[in-house]
Every structure is written in structure tokens, then in C-alpha cells.
Design a protein around this ligand. Sequence first.
Ligand code: SF4
Length: 439
Amino acid sequence: MFAFMYFSVMKIAFHTLGCKLNYSETSFILKDFQNEGMKITNFFEEADIYVINTCSVTENADKECNQIVKKVKKINPQSIVVIMGCYAQLKPEKISKIKGVNLVIGSNEKFKLKKYIKEYIETKKNIIKVSNIKSIEKFNSAYSSEERTRSFLKIQDGCNYKCTFCTIPLARGKSRSNSINDIINDIKKLKKENVKEIVLTGVNIGDFGKKGNENFYSLLKEINKIENIRIRISSIEPNLLSNDIINLIADSKTIVPHFHIPLQSGSDTILKLMRRRYLTKNYSNLIKTIKNKMPHACIGADVMVGFPGETIDLFNETVDFIKSLEISYLHVFSYSERQNTTAINFKNIVPIKERKIRSKILRNLSNKKKNLFYINNLNSIRPALIEKNNKNNYLYGFTDNYIKVEIPYDHNLENNIINIDIKKINGNGFVNGNVINNI
Ligand code: SF4
């Protein structure tokens, strides 16, 4: 009892590494502590409890955790330190040995963080709670809500695919989803809270709804009936983006014309080694189908350079393939070795230095693609959601097709969707235009 009274006056700080899915989960878990009356402070300010929600994709995750723990222990040597999430799931023993770490909490257990912290306060004994991720069937829902303009809504978790470079299935387990009913209720709730845009997130969201008759298309059909909210799809595997989904989005007033479709490589040899479920022909046909239906659509792609076996000729195949595609930007990653993946045993390793060179080449190509996409949108009128963030008397936001806009500050435009007549590309990665009217 005494411990719990003390608990409610403590200060807690959260730090998230990795993707928006992780971010939405931190945001959701944090509410548990707010409801208890706890004060949430900024990370690297003085707090009684520091929680780091880790990622398995982050390079040098253990080094990063070490550094963060050292920093927070300097701020408050008496603080309780929690490492949770994907990396904690993969390496619990290693993390528990980091000096100053008190709790190591796995991917499924992190949703019971409050309980474990209370347990630690009572017993003062370090805790490691990590269950066998393969046996997890339960879906834990989550959405972010600190930022009022946009919310990241988790609809799916885990992945059943076996891409040879990926640790996500090991860290997050089997594919599982929320129900359509619950998702629609979450969207309606967020809409009432004045959120203007919701980004559907997950690990492999195209694989949504394995049980019953629910699938990603049937979810989108229901979402499409909701008016006056913008829905964005975070990322979808190319083999799961069907013509039905594309047609639905093309005619939708709710789901925006922005696709993020992982490509990973433009060489069929490498795609096969990666055990991806498509070939370059399928990918280019998909891009053509989208662009035929929605010439204004923004299409982003993840690409990985330096995968084992990627000779310079195969890399050049990727460069040429991307040049031939009407895509709008790239997220470029360098391959990095991960324990317990199939690819770690592959031969023909690409030297790190060469991975960096290839990464730079693709980043430059991405800038060119983005610029061209912006040029193609000049003199068009697009609805932009303006964020609540006055920076030097300017406001920023994104159009439906993911063009970043800058407009002079006007309090009335914050957290509103307004029509922008796109007039000029600003050298800083956004466009300027005229505000037409409020929608
Ligand atoms: S689709 Fe492949 S890369 Fe994506 S999470 Fe699943 S296994 Fe990893």
C-alpha cells in the first residue's frame, strides 16, 4: 500500500527507438501511468523511472542502450531503469547485464509494465520478464495521442514471413490483428478528440485479419465509410496490395493517395536471396497500376543496399530499376548482420565501406525522385493538414499525397485541413503555395 502511494507521486520518462509502431505502443503504455497520477517528464530530465522502448532493427542497439542508461543514471543515480520491447525480447540476458538496468521486459509483457514496476518497488529485486514470442496469440491494441493533429493507430502486429535479413518475427512473433469493430471504434474515438489524420500501423498490415472473414480490404471498406478524417496507410508489402485496394483508395475521400511499398532490391537475384514474395516485374506493374489510376499518388519505397551477394552489377540493376519507376522517394537502409537470421550465414559479404557508398548513391537518387515528384505537382491544388507547430512564424503540414508545405503562421489554420495551390519548391525539402480556403 505504502509503495503504491509513493508510486503515484513519482516522475516517469519514456524514450522510443525505432518505428512508429513502437512509438504508438509507448504512447499507449504511458497513459497507464498518467491515469495513476504520475508525472511524465521529458527524457534526459530528472525522473524516478526511465523507460526505453527498444527496436531490433536499430544498429548497435546494445551500445545505444548502454549510452542511454549511463546518461540517465548520471541525472538520477537512484532512478529505476527499464529496457523493454523488441531488443529486450531478443537479448534479455545481455541487457540485464548492463550496469544500472533494473527491469528487462519483452514485447508482450511491456503492456503490463505498471505491474512489473510496482513489483520492483516492493521487492527491490531486478526483474526479467520475457516470454516465448512464438506462442503469443494476443493482440495488444495501441495508438498515439500526445500529438493532436495525427495519431498512429496499431491495427496489426507480428509477421509470418521469413525474409532472410529480418529479426522482426523473432522480436514480435506471429501475425495477429485487432478486429475491424475495435479499429472503427478507435478511429471514431480519435476523431472525437479532434485528431485529423490517422496512420494505420503494424508490422505487415497487408496481412491484417487472419481470423474469420476479415482482411485488409474489408477493413479499408469499413474505414472508407467514415467521413471528415484522413487515413494514411503506413507501409504495405507489394504482394498484398491488391487491385481492389488500389481502386478503393483511388475513389476514396477518406484514405489518402500515399503508398509506402517496400522494394528492398531491384535485382531478382537478390530478391530471391532475401526470400521476398515478389519479383521486379510484379513491383513495376504495381507502380504502373497505381499511377494509371492516381497520377498524383505519392509512392515511397524501402531499399536495402549491401545485402550478401549484391555485386556491383546487381546493385546497378537496382539503380536502373529504380530510375525506371515512377516512385517519389526512397528510404535507404544498409544491410547489417543480425544474429539468428538466415542471411547471417550467407557468403559474398559486401564490405561496410561499399555499403555506405551504395547507400549514398541511392539517397541522391531519392532526392532527385522527390524533386521530380514535387515538380509534377506544381500548380495543382492539394488538401494539406497543417500542424500545430509555429516555427519562426511559419506553419508546416503535409498534403494528402505527402508533400511537405510551408505557409506563413496563422493561428486559425493550425490543426486544419486547407487547400494549397502549390506554387514553388523551396530548397529545404518543402513547397510554398497559396492558401485557397478552409475545407
Ligand atoms: S515482411 Fe519480411 S521484412 Fe517485413 S517484417 Fe515480415 S519478415 Fe520482416
